[in-house]
Design a protein around this ligand. Structure first.
Ligand code: FAD
Length: 292
């Protein structure tokens, strides 16, 4: 099923994100974790794509297994910035041949040193070019793209970021998933601005449960997200007690999700990071809210 169809259905729903292993020796444990998450029957599961494409086979294998063995809709991520047109064409064909209907089309992060390179010779400079190529391929895909409530770090300002976001939607992205955020007001402000800019497709907020203190720095570095004082206080109080930090982090993410549902959002994506216990705890917390 295409995610665009799923997003037209009523009810409060949730999807989970997993990532492929970096090396083959970790494949079995990652596969087992993704299967446990699939057994929780989320609305869909997304499988990230390692920057550079070195683990692309794992992305596809995991996405295929989720869909074929567990009947859960999968969303295969695909990045383009380090790839040639030819490689991307092959990847799109592999996704189509695997029977996967949903692609998250991304540029991917620039490797160190690439920021100042001459981009005129690159096959892909931006995700919009990948979206156009997926649209022109002979697969019948639903395409998702990324968006940034706190502005993409390379953008000069939010206005410019939203102009380029609209180009992705005009090129064929049918839904947008946000970068993680820890203050819902930032998301509500963003939503207002993109609707004002004429972007009317569904937006899925991405929520990251932070369950250990070490994750905090990594999450901020990766996403540039603002950490509210309320969350910093949790880390100060419980950061050195792993069980307490896990419980508080899950409660914080649950609270964000309840607030989003209460304010008219129907669909939420959780960055579950291959942690079935975290995914399961969040579902338990919302068991009487989520649509069965
Ligand atoms: P783009 O849409 O190309 O935007 C990148 C920057 O270029 C922005 O500043 C934008 O404003 C600007 N821009 C866009 N189009 C133009 C244009 N035509 N002209 C000038 N400027 C333009 N990374 C991975 O490696 N693997 C993953 O699986 C993955 N999954 C992700 C999932 C989500 C939901 C999110 C939010 C991010 C994910 N990322 C992933 C990270 C993502 O690859 C990086 O954030 C990357 O730096 C930008 O990707 P993008 O698709 O948003 O790029």
């Amino acid at each position: 099923m295409k995610i665009s169809e799923l997003l037209k259905t009523d009810g409060y729903r949730m999807s989970f994100e997993v990532f492929p292993p970096k090396t083959s020796d970790k494949y079995d444990s990652v596969q087992a974790a993704t299967e446990k998450i699939a057994q929780l029957h989320p609305a869909f599961m997304s499988v990230t794509y390692g920057a550079g494409g070195g683990t692309s086979k794992y992305t596809l294998d995991i996405a295929k297994n989720i869909e074929k063995s567990h009947g859960v809709i999968s969303l295969a991520h695909l990045t383009c910035v380090n790839s040639t047109k030819e490689t991307v064409k092959e990847r799109i064909k592999d996704i189509r041949d695997a029977g996967i209907k949903n692609i998250m089309a991304l540029r991917g992060d620039l490797a160190p040193g690439m920021e100042d390179a001459d981009r005129s010779t690159w096959d892909y400079r931006h995700a919009v070019e990948l979206i156009r190529d997926i649209k022109e391929s002979d697969g019948d895909f639903c395409i998702g793209a990324a968006c940034y409530p706190e502005v993409h770090p390379e953008s000069a300002n939010q206005r410019e970021d939203i102009i380029h976001l609209r180009e992705k939607v005009e090129a064929g992205a049918e839904f947008l998933t946000t970068q993680m955020f820890f203050d819902n007001n930032l998301f509500y402000n963003f939503l207002y601005k993109i609707r004002e800019a004429g972007i009317s497709c569904p937006i899925i907020p991405g929520i990251m449960p932070i369950t250990n203190a070490n994750q905090v720095e990594r999450a901020i570095k990766l996403s540039g997200s603002f950490m509210p004082q309320r969350f910093k206080s949790i880390v100060d109080a419980f950061g050195e007690n792993p069980a307490a930090m896990r419980q508080a982090g899950i409660a914080y993410a649950t609270d964000q999700i309840i607030d989003l549902y209460a304010n008219g959002i129907r669909f939420i994506h959780v960055y579950s990071m291959n942690k079935p216990d975290v995914a399961s705890a969040i579902l338990d917390n919302l068991s009487d809210i989520l649509t069965k």
